[in-house]
Write a protein that binds this ligand. Structure first.
Ligand code: PXG
Length: 287
């Protein structure tokens, strides 16, 4: 296999030569935004929506993207093609660019657009069959008035600290609460509960990322005639739910069978979760 090629600012570089400045504010301050995207059999899932979210994140942090959305989408497709990848994970990164040591973004030049494509690493298949255990992290989700979780910024320390709490407790995901103690989301996934045949999920104003998988699952459920309720929820709602699952680009739809050592529902992946997982697979594969 030929060596992976990474897109930086309009050119493709061999992996070993794909480098940016140590003075880039993306590195110095986490000053930038990103997207995690997937392609299935050569079809990129919701590419325009991911590109739009990147531009929205950039706008929120006063970062002007140095190319049009159409050119960005084309750059992603061209990078995939150059790497001969059909089933891939795509990491789209936009940094503030190199500057002086100092926070002031006016001292930076040249925002960097980076596109890395790779094979996708997934949760083990048995977790989709038997479900995932999660714990609540003590680290609360970023306060929306400090750094709005709707911005998919390069500063992921908040999620990383919660992830460490999860892995320390033997769990691959951790539940994060917002500043009001309400359920927000997991470190890299949105959360859904099934309650008496309805689907419940925290609303965007709980301070969460507006997940593209979340949107797709809401659409699928509504298309099945399921009532979807976006509302404030607390951990009691999670503990007493009939079913629980997480959604994300990497995870797709993954059942959760235990939270904080309480089994959820039957303690096994539930029927609505399984049905939504099947239908999500069909959607991404274009069936
Ligand atoms: N919440 C957070 C905090 C996320 O980072 C999601 C929800 C789900 O959003 P999407 O749009 O993917 O349905 C995310 C996304 C990774 C990785 O490398 C993480 C995400 C996506 C892709 C890869 O861990 N998180």
């Amino acid at each position: 296999m030929s060596s992976p090629k990474v897109y930086i600012g309009g050119k493709l570089y061999e992996k070993a030569d794909a480098k940016i400045s140590v003075f880039d504010h993306g590195l110095l301050y986490g000053d930038g935004v990103f997207e995690g995207i997937r392609s299935y059999s050569g079809r990129v899932f919701r590419l325009e929506q991911h590109v739009q979210r990147l531009y929205d994140s950039a706008k929120a942090i006063h970062l002007v993207v140095p190319m049009s959305q159409a050119d960005m989408a084309k750059a992603i497709l061209d990078t995939l093609k150059a790497n001969n990848l059909r089933d891939a994970y795509i990491r789209l990164i936009l940094t503030r660019g190199a500057g002086s040591l100092g926070l002031d973004p006016r001292k930076t030049t040249d925002p960097q657009v980076i596109i890395i494509t790779d094979s996708i690493s997934l949760y083990p298949a048995e977790l989709y069959e038997h479900g995932l255990k999660i714990v609540t992290a003590g680290t609360m989700r970023n306060h929306p008035a400090a750094l709005n979780p709707r911005v998919k910024s390069l500063n992921y320390l908040n999620s990383i600290l919660a992830k460490i709490e999860g892995t320390n407790a033997g769990c691959l995901e951790a539940l994060m609460l917002n500043h009001k103690g309400e359920v927000a989301e997991c470190t890299g996934d949105n959360i859904f509960l099934v309650r008496r045949g309805e689907l419940h999920t925290p609303s965007i104003d709980a301070g969460i990322l507006e997940g593209i998988t979340r949107d797709a699952v809401i659409e699928i459920a509504r298309g099945m005639g399921i009532t979807v309720v976006e509302r404030a929820m607390d951990r009691h709602d999670v503990y007493t739910a009939d079913e629980c699952f997480l959604t994300g680009t990497a995870a797709e739809v993954i059942p959760v069978v235990e939270c904080d050592a309480r089994p959820i529902g039957s303690g096994k992946p539930g029927p609505m979760t399984k049905e939504l997982l099947t239908r999500f697979h069909a959607l991404v594969r274009g069936e």
